[in-house]
Each structure stands twice: as structure tokens, then as C-alpha cells.
Design a protein around this ligand. Structure first.
Ligand code: NAG
Ligand code: NAG
Length: 315
């Protein structure tokens, strides 16, 4: 009963948050990419997605198009046969393209399959202007990293970021390569390579490492893996930002390798419970109390490494 009440209260509370209430704190979050770069990103997407018909599409990005503080797209077919797309951002323009493909051309582009080369011979007429309801369209959770993305190469990511843009996402987790940065951060706190190696899982289990469920399983991570991941993350961030997306970079949640207990015995930390019967070799890292001074020091050191080069993940 108590739980039900809490849920009801939570529901009532959440349902009272108007769509614009966070404008006060988050309205400054805007793409920094130029309109030209965003236009080029969408043209690139069209060329990749519709190799047979891309030359019939024109793209314009105009941040002042439509109502202020919102994102809007317009799709119009001109008498000369071109489909002209205007968007407040690259993402808004790509959303307009997808709107046209789905609802006027009856073709869909999904994660693994695209019908976009089966456009109708004569491109359908259209004259539509739509303002998107929400400023932020958030995408991804922490598990997808291991369930789906783990072995992806840049070609897979490229296709997927196109899909994100087509589906209007503009606030997106970008967690690739964070272990490379964690390794540097841990070493600043005097962990040895051995300490780091017994902590990191193999690539396929990173989601559960990051959530503090396990450690060491299938690990350690090689320096070749770190280099590859950092390179990939830079490509991912550059492409996301070229569409006018906002990438959500990782930060410190409190999970620590076991060695921190040895090096900082005075800091308050809790050993996690075993998860899914992983034994003591592979389970139970520590969780640092957020009130500890060490929490701020580690969080800060990690962010400094992440943001070493314009917050774009370090070299
Ligand atoms: C690492 O160890 C050195 C030498 O004991 C010490 O001076 C330094 O403060 C330690 N670093 C951190 C971040 O605790
Ligand atoms: C955990 O299991 C592995 C085998 O999967 C074994 O090598 C290791 O010694 C075990 N550790 C403990 C603490 O029982």
C-alpha cells in the first residue's frame, strides 16, 4: 500500500512537470556546430541512405526557423521536382526527411534494413511544416553497449547515428572508450596496472562493470582495445555533433576497483553484494560514499581527463 502511494505521488508529481519546466536550467544546452556543418551532415546522410535518389533533395539548416526555443522542420516539393527540407538543426532536417520517407514514400529505414532505394518513381508531393513537441529527445541506456554495440566498427556506428538523426534523437549517451580514461584516472590515484587489470572486464561485459555488477570477468582490456575505443569515440562524437546532437559523456558514479580500499583505507566505501552468483574473484567492487572528499577528487580527475581536449575525449 505504502509503495502504491509513493508511485501515485511520483506519478502525480511527474505529470505536473510541464514540457518547458526545465528550460530554466537546460535551455543553454544548444548545438555549437555551424548550420553549414549540419547541412553537410544531413546531405551525407541522404547520400548514404538513398544512393539512388539523393540528388533530388535539398537541405537547409536555419536555427531561427519556426517558433523560438523549439525545433521545426519543413518539407516541400518544388515545381522543379526537388524536395526541399528546412530544419532548425541537422537533426530536425533529418527528422523531416524521415517523415517524408515514412508517410509519403512508404519506405522505412530501420537498424538493420533500409527500403530507401525503393522510392516511388515520381516523388510524392508534400508541403508540411511540423514543430517538434520536445526540446530534448533522449536515446540509449547503459546496457545497449554490451547487448548490441560492443563489436561495432565505425561503419556500424555511422549507420546507427544516421538512424538516430532520422528518428529525431538529439540527447544521446556516448560512453564508448571510457575505460581508457578510467585507466589513466586510476593510475593518478596510485593504482598499479595489476590493480586495473583485475578490475576491468572483457569488452563484452562493460555494461555490468560500469554498473558495479562484476569485475575482471573476461578481462583485462588491452591497450589496443583502449586505442581502438578512443578513436571510435572521437568519430562518434564528431558525427553526432555535426548533426547538432548533444552527446552525454560519462561521469563518476562511485564504483571503484577493490584496490582503492587498500590505498585509501580511511575512505568510506561499501562492498557491493554478489550479483548473479559471480564469485569473489569476479564480483563485488566497492561503492564510494558520495559524501567523501575522495568522491569529488575522483570525479573531478575523471572529468579533467574526459575534457582534456574540448570535452571531446582525450587523445
Ligand atoms: C600517490 O602516492 C604518492 C607517494 O606515496 C603520494 O605522494 C600521492 O599523494 C598519491 N596520490 C594520490 C592521488 O593519492
Ligand atoms: C571463482 O571461480 C573461478 C572459476 O570460474 C575460480 O578460478 C576462482 O578461484 C573462484 N574464486 C573464488 C574466490 O572462489
Amino acid at each position: 500500500m505504502y509503495l502504491k502511494c509513493v508511485f501515485l505521488a511520483l506519478f502525480l508529481f511527474v505529470s505536473h512537470i510541464a514540457a518547458d519546466d526545465f528550460e530554466e536550467t537546460l535551455s543553454h544546452l544548444k548545438p555549437k556546430t555551424t548550420s553549414k556543418t549540419q547541412e553537410d551532415a544531413v546531405l551525407g546522410l541522404i547520400k548514404r541512405s538513398i544512393p539512388n535518389g539523393y540528388k533530388f533533395f535539398l537541405v537547409k539548416v536555419d536555427p531561427n526557423f519556426g517558433p523560438s526555443g523549439k525545433e521545426t522542420f519543413q518539407v516541400q516539393k518544388s515545381t522543379t521536382g526537388f524536395v526541399k527540407i528546412v530544419g532548425t538543426t541537422g537533426v530536425a532536417a533529418a527528422t523531416g526527411l524521415n517523415y517524408y520517407l515514412k508517410y509519403y514514400c512508404n519506405v522505412q529505414i530501420s537498424w538493420e534494413f533500409s527500403q530507401a532505394n525503393y522510392l516511388p518513381q515520381n516523388l510524392p508531393e508534400i508541403d508540411v511544416t511540423i514543430t517538434l513537441n520536445d526540446r530534448f529527445r533522449y536515446y540509449q541506456n547503459v546496457c545497449t553497449t554490451s547487448y548490441s554495440f560492443v563489436w561495432w566498427q565505425w561503419e556500424d556506428w555511422e549507420k546507427h547515428i544516421d538512424w538516430m538523426a532520422l528518428n529525431s534523437f538529439n540527447l544521446i549517451l556516448a560512453s564508448t572508450g571510457q575505460e581508457a580514461i578510467w585507466e589513466r584516472t586510476y593510475k593518478k590515484f596510485n593504482l598499479t596496472q595489476e590493480d586495473v587489470d583485475e578490475h576491468f572486464t572483457g569488452p563484452a561485459f562493460l555494461s555490468w562493470l560500469r554498473m558495479g555488477n562484476m569485475r575482471g570477468w573476461g578481462g583485462p582490456l588491452s591497450s589496443a582495445w583502449h586505442e581502438r575505443s578512443i578513436k571510435l569515440q572521437k568519430q562518434i562524437l564528431t558525427r553526432m555533433r555535426s548533426f547538432g546532437m548533444l552527446a552525454v559523456l560519462p561521469a563518476f558514479a562511485g564504483h571503484l576497483p577493490r584496490a582503492f580500499k587498500r590505498i585509501y583505507p580511511e575512505a568510506k566505501m561499501t562492498k557491493m553484494d554478489a550479483w548473479n552468483d559471480f564469485n569473489d574473484t569476479y564480483c563485488c567492487p566497492y561503492l564510494l560514499e558520495p559524501t567523501e572528499a575522495l568522491f569529488i577528487r575522483i570525479g573531478e580527475a575523471f572529468m579533467k581527463e574526459v575534457c582534456r581536449k574540448k570535452c571531446a575525449m582525450p587523445v
